[in-house]
Every structure is written in C-alpha cells, then in structure tokens.
Ligand binder design. Structure first.
Ligand SMILES: Nc1ncnc2c1ncn2[C@@H]1O[C@H](COP(=O)(O)OP(=O)(O)O)[C@@H](O)[C@H]1O
Ligand SMILES: O=C(O)[C@@H](O)C(=O)COP(=O)(O)O
Length: 418
C-alpha cells in the first residue's frame, strides 16, 4: 500500500476511493481500522471513520490509530479526507486532526484544499464556493450538525487550529507546480503548517498533485486526489489496474437520513414518480411510534425501490432538535436506520442505497461491513461499492451529491446494469 487515506465520514471516503480507483490504482475502502493487515495488492487504502462530528480529542485518537495501521502497511503519503464543503465546527475536527497527523509524521506542512470543481466546489482567494454561491449562502448554513456560516476557509481553519494557517492564492496556482511548491515552502518558513491552496479547475488540482509529490500529508476533498496517483504510477511504484465489477442481484432499498438540499430534491422526485416512500418523522422516532421492525416490514412489503427517508425542511429539523436535543435526535434516527438495515439484510435485501454521511456510517456499522471494493461511478463522487466476501452492494451518497434520479440510477448500477 502506497497511499494511506483517512476519511472523516463514510460517504466522503467512498468519494475519495472513487477518484483514486478511476485514476487506475487498486483502492479498497475499510470501515474503521482493520484488525489484521490488508489482503492482496492494494495501492490505496481508505479508512472510513465516523469522526466528523465527534469531540476533537476522540477524532484525533481514532485518526492516529488509522495512521498507525496505514504506516504499518507501508504507505508513503497520507490523505485526510474532509468534506468538500469543509463541514466542521469551531472546535474541529479538520484542524486538530491535520495538526496531530503532521506531528505524528514529523512533517513540516500539509496542503489543505476542499475544492471539487466537478460538483461545483471551487476555492478562490481562500473562499469556498458551491456553484455560484459562497459556502455560507449555499444551504450549508442550515446543516443539522455542522452549519457552515463562514466561507473563508483560512478563517474557519484558524479557529480550530493551534498553529497559523497559510495560503497559496489562485494566481500562484496558475503558474504551475513549481510555483506552488515554492509558495508552500515559503509559507512553511513563515511558520504555517496548514496551508490552504486555491483551486477552481481540475487543471489546478493536477498541478497541485505534482507539487504534492514529496508532501507527506494532504488534507481535502476528493478533488485534490486527482493528481496524486500519477506521482506513483510514473515511477512504477504502483501498477495501473481496471476494476472488474459484477453487480449484485436481489431486493433493493433506499435509506435517506440526509436533510441536505440535493437529497430532499431526490426524495421529492421519488414521491412525484409515485414510487414507494415512507416518511420517518423525528417526533415518531423519539416517542417510539416508528420502530426498526415496523419500518423493515413496510420496506419488505413494497415492490421496486422502496425509500425510507427522514429528510425534512430546516425548520422541521430545527423544531425536532429544540424539542429532543440535536445529538439525541441525530443518534436516534441514525440507530433506526442502522437497525432497519440489519433486519433487512437478514431478510435477504442485497442492495442498499444510502444517503447522508452520518447515516451511511450508521448503516454500514449496522450491516457489520468491514471492507468495500470500488465499482463504477453512479454520479460524480458516488461509486457503487461491493462488500468484500459478501453478495451485498451499497451506494453511500453524500447528502449533497447526485442527480434527481439518483436512487433509481444507483439501484440499476448496484445490480450490474448501466
Ligand atoms: N428529520 C430530522 N430531524 C433531525 N435530525 C435529522 C432528521 N433527519 C436526519 N437527521 C439527522 O441529521 C444528520 C444528517 O447528516 P448526514 O447523514 O451526514 O447527512 P449529510 O450527508 O446531508 O450531511 C444525521 O445525523 C441524521 O440522523
Ligand atoms: O467531499 C464531499 O463533499 C463528500 O465526499 C463528503 O464528504 C460528503 O459528506 P456528507 O455530505 O456529510 O455526506
């Protein structure tokens, strides 16, 4: 294993694994830190953690454990995958984890770049845009767990870091890899260990990738991984491979615990098309009126692609959080999804289309999945995944990714179709 990656959630990890696999290197996603060593010839290992919203000290401890495992597998470069919308709080966890990884690697500087132009995330003069909106006006200001109300990533990162935050602005990035390398060295000389690097095009990410050749730690969205595999392929450290994918037959369900804009649009379309959909209301979960066994029974009784969703408007989510507590509501809904998935799997469901990072983490844990092979891309940033050693396929969709017909498309791709 050459490239060792740590993802702060499960959808983000599959997004990164997708980019690496598409670049032609054999990539495996591990769900948590594996107990034994990696099997087979793996070039890039992505350890998915559920560490985005946990206390910073725990996120650091889990990430360091993952780093130790990756180092033992022989990795030379490390990647901390955070969200392309930089989802975090003032306490962390992007800053604390990146700084702890740098300390452990005894490395002077890390590149920080959440840009992912294919999905509209661009970084210009330290400010993150989602399409034509600043991050803080993109809908992410209403996120139930990590509301993003400041688009200046340098400021966001500084609030959650011990050290000074540096910046390589876009005009320098445009000058290419040599200029980026020099600017990174100069920021490091100025005492900045975390350096935010602008990127608005894939071409920028490729140049940053070249500049990152000897950088031990890269923190960012999946976009910044575009240019990394070439460094290893060019010198023959890894071989180029094409994943062979065979879908999985059998019943399919869609489970959506994301309340993000894209997921709500996908849920609305599913309903408009008259496809089976069950609305999970937070009040019903918290008062025990909706249980996993009832939900599983309903899903099993439907034809086609039955959907269970808790996705709701920000004001509805806000009311539930006020009444029952933010963490308590999230935990109860996540464990409902996890328990339901477990019951469904026991009843023979083989394809799971999941929406939402925290939600996907809970579902994958509920299913007891340990490792995933990466299949074809369903929509930008979302691959089809197959559980190693089992006839189960899953899609872990970031809340804000995917076209309106994502659930149908995912069901087809997981089944081996196109
Ligand atoms: N109706 C709801 N009310 C309150 N919280 C909710 C509701 N539906 C989902 N949640 C919680 O909101 C969080 C959504 O996060 P996540 O699954 O990561 O989605 P995303 O990928 O969009 O960020 C989860 O913890 C989920 O349990
Ligand atoms: O980088 C991204 O946007 C995604 O890979 C990601 O991290 C998804 O997180 P959620 O939106 O919480 O699913």
């Amino acid at each position: 294993m050459i490239l060792g990656c740590i993802g702060d959630d499960f959808t983000g990890s599959s997004d990164l694994a997708n980019t690496l696999a598409k670049s032609g290197i054999h990539t495996v996603q591990y769900c948590g830190v594996p107990k034994g060593d990696a099997h087979g010839d793996v070039a890039a290992g992505v350890i998915a953690l559920k560490s985005r919203t946990i206390p910073a000290t725990e996120a650091v401890a889990q990430s360091l454990e993952a780093l130790e495992w990756l180092k033992r597998q022989g990795c030379r470069q490390f990647f901390f995958k955070c969200c392309s919308t930089f989802d975090s709080t003032d306490e962390g966890n992007i800053g604390p984890v990146s700084e702890a990884l740098l300390d452990e690697l005894d490395a002077p500087v890390a590149i920080v770049c959440p840009a992912f132009p294919t999905t509209g995330r661009t970084l210009y003069m330290g400010h993150l845009f989602v399409g034509d909106r600043l991050l803080s006006e993109s809908g992410m200001e209403n996120h139930p767990l990590t509301p993003m109300r400041d688009a200046d990533i340098r400021r966001v990162l500084a609030r959650q870091s011990k050290g000074r935050v540096g910046h390589v602005p876009w005009p320098i990035v445009c000058e290419g890899a040599g200029a980026i390398r020099e600017a990174l060295a100069s920021e490091a000389d100025n005492g900045c260990r975390l350096v935010v690097v602008d990127a608005i095009r894939d071409q920028d990410l490729m140049e940053i990738g070249v500049a990152a050749k000897d950088i031990r730690l890269v923190t960012g969205g999946s976009g910044i991984a575009l240019g990394l595999p070439r460094n290893f392929l060019d010198v023959g450290l890894v071989k180029s491979t094409t994943a062979c994918w065979a879908g999985v037959e059998g019943p399919v369900v869609a489970l959506a615990g994301s309340v993000s804009t894209a997921t709500r649009t996908q849920v609305a379309r599913h309903r408009q098309c008259g496809l089976p959909a069950f609305e999970i209301r937070a009040d019903d979960v918290m008062t025990g009126r909706t249980t996993a066994s009832e939900l599983a029974a309903w899903l099993l009784a439907q034809d086609g692609i039955p959907l269970a969703y808790s996705s709701a408007k920000p004001e509805v989510v806000g009311r539930a959080q006020q009444r029952f507590g933010k963490a308590e509501t999230a935990a109860a809904i996540e464990s409902l999804f996890a328990e339901t998935a477990k019951l469904l799997s026991k009843q023979g469901v083989t394809r799971f289309v999941c929406a939402g990072g925290e939600t996907s983490g809970a579902i994958v844990s509920g299913l007891g999945i340990e490792a995933l092979e990466i299949g074809p891309e369903i929509d930008p940033g979302v691959p089809a995944l197959k559980v190693v050693g089992q006839e189960i396929a899953v899609a872990l969709k970031s809340g804000n990714f995917g076209a309106e017909d994502f659930f149908e498309k995912a069901a087809v791709v997981l089944g081996g179709g196109q």
